[in-house]
Design a protein around this ligand. Structure first.
Ligand code: DAH
Length: 340
């Protein structure tokens, strides 16, 4: 029978508990005395062999000791935890009153904003939004639009000729032909898409830009319908009443063709430097679809008539937000982009 000296054990345990510097050490002390294999547990087990009177007496003492040690452990653990927390708080102090850092959220490009707005306006007037390929055949980009191979009009639309025999489309008008091939009139579509031209870059020209093209075909669609729709569009887009005028203009795929001007947004039509004192701003080309284009799209020109229009979408966006240089759209300059 080992000697049972509760007093020594009590003093020893108490000292070790107090000396523990961290929770790990404290845990080891706990294991040493109070775990299943701990010294005090071992003593409690060994009591069974003692005579009854001794057993009762020592048992009570040992249990008291066990309880008091537990209390000491708990208190020490609490103290240590508090100490750790204090230390980390001091080390990792932060000012809860300081304003938070705003996460940088992405946002839409100004052209995406105007594209969505434009699509919404036309959709509300019953137009469908369609798309065509950026790599286009010469047939769709030129021939089908009544621009034959040797016609000087092709010079207006000089582009990049690809090794695979296709070209980078110079305008979005080919999408009208593609759509008419697959869909029977009456039809109302717009397309806002990327185009390319082989030209020198400056504040109003880019080799890569966007165009909107629109088409409305039916039995008796006429120029008055076009004027009403385009006026309505400008008014909703610029959010104010806008006056427009039409002048004769040449585009091989329409007959008659016209250029559409809008009363200058800056001076309201009085004449200023932005509109070369004319009071008008050139906005788009348009016209009644040429019979040859209907034929090339598989439609009988005797049965159908309709208008088409096209305009530089970058230019429209530049007017909306008063941006002076088209190159800003493609510069990736955050100082510019973050203003929208
Ligand atoms: N596609 C022409 C261009 O790039 C613009 C244009 C003019 C489109 C008249 C049309 C139109 O649909 O009817 O210059």
């Amino acid at each position: 029978m080992p000697k049972i000296d509760l007093k020594t054990l009590k003093n020893q345990a108490k000292k070790e508990i107090e000396k523990s510097k961290d929770l790990k050490q404290l845990n080891q002390v706990f294991k040493k005395y109070l775990d299943k294999k701990g010294e005090l547990t071992r003593i409690l087990r060994s009591l069974e062999k003692l005579p009854r009177a001794k057993k009762v007496e020592l048992g009570r003492e040992a249990n008291q000791l066990k309880n008091s040690l537990r209390i000491q452990f708990d208190k020490k653990a609490r103290d240590l935890k508090e100490k750790i927390q204090k230390e980390t708080e001091e080390k990792e102090w932060f000012d809860i009153t300081a304003p938070g850092k705003k996460p940088i959220l992405g946002h839409l490009h100004p052209m995406t904003l105007t594209k969505r707005k434009t699509e919404e306006i036309f959709q509300a007037m019953g137009f469908s939004v369609v798309e065509g390929p950026e790599m286009e055949s010469e047939w769709y980009d030129f021939d089908a639009l009544n621009i034959p191979k040797d016609h000087p009009a092709r010079d207006l639309w000089d582009t990049f000729y690809l090794k695979n025999g296709l070209v980078l489309r110079t305008h979005t008008t080919p999408t009208d032909v593609r759509y008419m091939e697959k869909n029977n009139p009456p039809l109302k579509i717009i397309t806002i898409d990327r185009c390319f031209r082989h030209e020198a870059t400056d504040a109003s020209h880019e080799t890569n830009f966007y165009q909107i093209d629109g088409l409305m075909v039916g039995k008796d669609i006429n120029v008055a319908n076009f004027k009403a729709i385009i006026q309505e569009f400008f008014q909703r887009f610029f959010e104010k009443p806008i006056e427009i005028r039409m002048r004769p203009g040449y585009f091989p795929f329409v007959e008659p063709g016209f250029e559409v001007d809008m009363a200058c947004l800056i001076c309201g039509g009085k004449g200023c430097s932005a509109c070369s004192q004319s009071g008008w701003m050139e906005m788009m080309g348009a016209g009644m679809m040429h019979p040859n284009v209907f034929k090339n799209s598989g439609l009988n020109p005797k049965n159908w008539q309709g208008f088409a229009f096209g305009m530089g979408f970058d230019r429209l966006t530049m007017m909306k937000y008063k941006i002076h240089d088209i190159r800003l759209f493609y510069s990736g300059d955050l100082r510019f982009l973050q203003q929208f």
